[in-house]
Design a protein around this ligand. Sequence first.
Ligand code: SF4
Length: 307
Amino acid sequence: MRVLLQFPEGLKAKALEIAKRLEKEGNEVFLSASPCYGACDIALAEAEAVHAEKIIHYGHAPFPLKRKTGIAVEYVEYPTRVDFKLVLRKALADPDFAKCKRIGLVTTVQHVAQIGEIRRFLEKNGKKVLIGKHGPFAKYDGQILGCDPGAAISADSKADCILYFGGGRFHPIAAAIACKHRVMAADPFLGGVAWMDGEREKYLKRRKGLLMAAISGKRFGILVSVKPGQFALEAAQRLKKRLEEVGKEAAILVSDRVEPEALENFHSFDFYVNSACPRIAIDDWERFGKPVLNLAEAEELARLLRK
Ligand code: SF4
């Protein structure tokens, strides 16, 4: 079979080894060299160009794609076993964490296979552990994505705090924005723990300021990514109509990656509305040189203006 393999950055070092194994099994193998941002990001253009019959996407769990690919997509998860005890002992030693009796435990797909062991370790140390039901884009209970903190939200109402286990701040920021209780991130790679305090307040404050400013905005560029898991054309079309009904000008801008550099010369727009990965408006908004609203925020704006 002719296959295109796709790897997130952290797994690209394994690409050649996996390609050679698949070739030995009789496949013709191509490697996507494009950046891969998540389970939503399927290298469809590359696969079509090389006439691949299947895309094998490594490192993520299946994701509900919004655009039909026409080419089969197989997700191959790549769990990583890590020593969790060292970093969890640090969490347990934290005076504020020590006060939390009920812990909502969340992690990424990379570590979700260890969630049972992590739970038992915390329980042995006197905690009641809650594993929340996964959200619409995740596959496993307790698993969160940068765009889907559903498992954290599900545990939030019954927990005293949320514990995110995994690398980086991308996922715990999503949980911190979505949850009422405090979120602690325990990073087994750096061996440190940190409370994600303030992320939610920072986000809500900025969002309120953005909405107030957008009320007087005139021209809105609605950004649509053609990535199969991010494609939201119908929602963008609905929003364009709504904004026009309340007296705004709007146009839909279509691209693969939503990149500030590619938008630099669209001087006419006062605001952008991002319908692609929701993290663009949370993490990268400063790079755009213009305010960026998420789709839900722009819909709220249209509702406010209609009143
Ligand atoms: S939409 Fe964004 S956060 Fe969600 S999987 Fe894709 S890249 Fe990650």
